[in-house]
Design a protein around this ligand. Sequence first.
Ligand code: SF4
Length: 365
Amino acid sequence: MNILFKIGFNIIIKKINLLSINYQKIFFLSILLGEKSFRAKQIIKYVYSFYSDNLNLIKNINIKTFKKFQKIIFIRTLNIYKIQYSYDGTIKFIMEINKKKIETIYIPEKKRFTLCISSQIGCFVGCDFCFTSKQGFNRNLYTSEIISQIWNVFKFIIKKKINFITNIVIMGMGEPLLNFSNIVSSILIMRDKYCFNFSKRVITLSTVGIVPALDKLKNFVDIKLALSLHASNDKIRNIIIPFNKKYNIKSILKSAKKYIKNSKANKNGVTIEYVMLDGINDKYKYAYQLAFLLKNISCKINLIPWNKFLKSKYKCSSIKRINNFSKILLKFGFIVTIRKNRGIDINAACGQLSGEIFNNTNFLL
Ligand code: SF4
């Protein structure tokens, strides 16, 4: 065990943030330290039951053992820079990373309490209708930074005695599949029964369709998939999502089909997200085209009324057009929902997240 202990310390050249590892890895660290395996459970339970970032407060471990752990682990969470409350109950958490900001949104409904988390600072994809893209790309979030968003909100919820998070959507700032390894390890922590213990059916990853990453995702995690399609043909999609030139609609749908084939989380089908942009992708002929495109895919379609921001050339489709678009798809037997926009007054709705860079009401129309 002594040899293991020494090897362990040679391998661990940097201290590890507990929010970046799941139970299995803490278990492995305990063994490396020559400790009994139950120590891992003691530590992880403390982090995810009491939501304290002060390891010195752990009471059930003796000093000698604690000091051993302290040499290799620590907890560091993101600083909550600002909290904004919407009239509809939505809460926006602006968190800070070296003076950069990311946003995390708590969306309460009757029976569902969803947390929308970010995966990158900014975004590389550059969707023309999305406010996040206007700040460009800064960097990928580390696993601990992704997990810290959930951890911070849980801590807030416990303190304020509001409803616990029931669902996680990875739909905030950034394209999660361009931050593959950190997203996969974060999902493993979300799923871990000693950490957040979320079921595979309540975690949704939303992607524009990064085909090579989507192709390998099934080897690591089974979670719900939402495809940000937003167009029924490549000509329009090339304009609103420039990444489409790299991975076109056909290749994305083929890859998505492979992912959901043996996925238990997606047994009711994948979600197709379609933002409604006036005069761009909302003509009725495109609803027919979409129905044809999706005819062999088990899916439901979520129509998203576009949320405005200054200097955008887009306009949201009218309610009448969205309803009629939806009716055409319903005729083909699809399940169609129209997304309720939440948190518009605090710029927390879909496509409005900017990491506070433009969070000044003057920037809104
Ligand atoms: S919609 Fe998503 S993928 Fe596209 S720019 Fe915005 S954050 Fe990035």
